[in-house]
Design a protein around this ligand. Structure first.
Ligand SMILES: Cc1cc2nc3c(=O)[nH]c(=O)nc-3n(C[C@H](O)[C@H](O)[C@H](O)COP(=O)(O)OP(=O)(O)OC[C@H]3O[C@@H](n4cnc5c(N)ncnc54)[C@H](O)[C@@H]3O)c2cc1C
Length: 435
C-alpha cells in the first residue's frame, strides 16, 4: 500500500514506523481441510493440484454487500491497494439484491423526529442518491432506489481506486500460523488464488471465520424477501419508493427458523418465497385500480438474515445497546429503529438511545490479519434484529477498512493498533464519534 498517503491522511508522517506493505508469508502455507454441513453419501479424494495465484492486494475483502463496499472504499482512501471479491455481479448484497431498500439504523427515531446516527460513507452514499432523486423518506429511514444504489456504490469504489472482481466465490484460505496468506476462489476462469496482506470478512455469513478456525456462533433464523411492485394504482402494497406507482413489498418473517447455510434449504426457501410474492401480486391485481400492477423485481439473492456471528474479543451487549454504554474504543454510533427487549422490559423505538459499536466487536480472537464487518460481526443474540441493519453494516465496514489500512501501514496485528489513531482517522473521514 501507499504508506505515504496513509501517513499523510493520518498526519503522522513523523511517527517513524517501519515500512508498511504486505507481510511476507512463511514458506510453508497450509490449506484448511474442506468440510461440509450436509450428509455425505460417500467421499472422493481430490487429487493434489497447483493453483495459480492470479492477483495480490494489501486488503482483500470477501463480499461486496454494504459492509464490503464501505470497507473497500475506506481502505482504498487510506492508500491501500484493495481487491473487493464478490460472487455476484453487483454491489450491495442483500440491500440491493434482495430489494431491501430501507436503510435502517442510519437515523434513530425520537419523539421529536429522526436524528442521524451514522455518518461517513453511509451519509455520502445517501447524499448521492438524494441529489439524483433516488431516495424517499419513510418515517425514520431513507428508502433507496436499489439500481441507483448499485450504480453509486460502483462509482464510489471507482473514485476511491478499489479493484472489484465479480463472479468469484471465495472458498478457502491458506494460512501461515495465525495469518492468512491467500484466498482461494472458484471462478468461471477456474480455481485460482489471490495473495492477501489483510482480509476483511464481509461475506455476511462469516465464511472466512470458519475457514480460519475463528470462534463464532451459528444461528437458524428466518429467510425472507422484499420485492418491488410497479404500476400500483390505488392500493398501498408496502412502503413508498422514490418512483411514482412503485412500492416495496415485504414477506415478513418468511420461512422461519431455518439453516441459511444449507443449499437444499436455501433452494426450497427461494422457491416458496417467489410463490408468495406472486400470490400477493395476483391478490393486489384484484383490487379495483390495481389491475395493471406487476411484480417489478424479485430478489436475485436469497434473503438470509443471520447465520454465523463472530465471537469477537468483545461482543456488543444488549445492555450496551439499551443504555447507550460508552466504549473507549468506539468506532461509531448507530440508531435503534426497533423495539428492544432488555431487563424484562420492552423499550419502544422512540425511547431508545443511539448505541455505540466498539472496535473489539469487529476483532476476532486469533487471526492477526482479519477483521469482520457487517451482519456477522460480534454482538449478543438479542441484538440480532438491530446489529445487521444496513446502517450498522456500512459503519462496521468503514471502520474495518480504516483499521486494516492502519494495521498494514504500521505492520501490526489488528489486535495491536493504536485505537486513538484509528478514531482520529475515522473522525477525519466524517464518522461521528462524539455527541
Ligand atoms: C428480507 C430481508 C429484509 C431486510 N430488511 C431490512 C431493512 O428494512 N432495513 C435494513 O437496514 N436491513 C434490512 N435487512 C438486513 C440487511 O439487508 C442485511 O443485514 C445487510 O445487507 C447485511 O450486509 P452485509 O454487507 O453484512 O452482508 P450481505 O448484504 O449479505 O452481503 C454479503 C455479500 O457477500 C457476498 N458473498 C458472500 N459469501 C461470499 C463468498 N464466499 N465469496 C464471495 N462473495 C461472497 C454476497 O454475494 C453478498 O453480496 C433485511 C434483510 C432481509 C434478508
Amino acid at each position: 500500500m501507499d504508506r505515504r498517503k496513509f501517513l499523510k491522511t493520518t498526519a503522522l508522517s513523523a511517527a517513524g514506523v517501519a515500512a508498511g506493505g504486505v507481510l511476507a508469508p512463511s514458506a510453508e502455507a497450509k490449506t484448511v481441510t474442506v468440510r461440509t454441513r450436509l450428509d455425505a453419501k460417500g467421499f472422493i479424494k481430490e487429487p493434489a493440484r497447483k493453483i495459480a495465484v492470479i492477483d495480490s492486494a494489501d486488503v482483500v475483502i470477501v463480499g461486496g454487500g454494504p459492509a464490503g463496499f464501505a470497507a473497500a472504499v475506506a481502505a482504498s482512501r487510506q492508500g491501500c491497494d484493495v481487491l473487493l471479491l464478490e460472487r455476484g455481479y453487483f454491489l450491495g448484497g442483500l440491500f440491493t439484491g434482495c430489494d431491501v431498500t430501507i436503510l435502517n439504523d442510519m437515523y434513530t427515531p425520537t419523539h421529536s423526529g429522526r436524528v442521524q446516527a451514522v455518518f461517513g460513507i453511509c451519509d455520502e452514499l445517501c447524499q448521492r442518491l438524494e441529489k439524483h432523486d433516488m431516495l424517499a423518506w419513510l418515517d425514520t429511514p431513507p428508502n433507496v432506489d436499489t439500481e441507483a444504489t448499485k450504480y453509486f456504490m460502483e462509482e464510489m469504489c471507482a473514485e476511491a481506486g478499489v479493484r472489484i472482481l465479480y463472479g468469484v466465490q471465495a472458498s478457502e484460505v491458506t494460512m501461515s500460523g495465525d495469518r492468512i496468506d491467500h484466498v482461494i476462489l472458484e471462478t468461471k476462469s477456474g480455481r485460482v488464488a489471490v495473495k492477501a496482506g489483510f482480509v476483511i470478512d464481509c461475506s455476511g455469513d462469516g465464511d472466512v471465520l470458519e475457514w480460519t478456525g475463528e470462534d463464532f456462533k451459528e444461528y437458524k433464523y428466518d429467510i425472507s424477501a422484499m420485492y418491488r411492485i410497479g404500476n400500483v394504482g390505488t392500493g398501498k402494497p408496502g412502503s413508498i419508493t422514490s418512483n411514482e406507482g412503485v412500492f416495496t413489498g415485504h414477506l415478513g418473517d418468511g420461512v422461519r427458523g431455518v439453516d441459511g447455510l444449507d443449499i437444499y434449504t436455501l433452494t426450497s426457501a427461494q422457491l416458496e418465497l417467489r410463490k408468495r410474492m406472486w400470490d400477493k401480486t395476483w391478490k393486489l391485481r384484484q383490487n379495483p385500480g390495481d389491475g395493471k400492477a406487476f411484480l417489478l423485481s424479485t430478489p436475485s439473492v436469497v434473503g438470509v438474515r443471520i447465520t454465523r456471528v463472530l465471537n469477537s474479543v468483545f461482543n456488543v451487549t444488549t445492555e450496551g445497546a439499551a443504555t447507550g454504554t460508552s466504549y473507549d474504543d468506539v468506532i461509531g454510533f448507530t440508531g435503534g429503529d426497533s423495539t428492544l427487549k432488555w431487563n424484562g422490559a420492552s423499550i419502544p423505538r422512540k425511547d431508545r438511545k443511539m448505541w455505540q459499536i466498539p472496535y473489539r466487536s469487529i476483532l476476532p480472537k486469533k487471526v492477526h490479519n482479519l477483521l469482520v464487518a457487517g451482519r456477522c460481526f460480534g454482538f449478543e443474540e438479542e441484538l440480532m434484529y438491530d446489529a445487521r441493519e444496513v446502517g450498522t453494516c456500512l459503519l462496521t465496514g468503514q471502520a474495518a477498512g480504516t483499521a486494516a489500512a492502519q494495521a498494514l501501514a504500521f505492520r501490526q496485528s489488528c489486535r495491536d493498533i493504536d485505537i486513538q489513531l484509528l478514531q482520529k482517522t475515522l473522525r477525519d473521514n466524517n464518522v461521528k464519534l462524539d455527541w
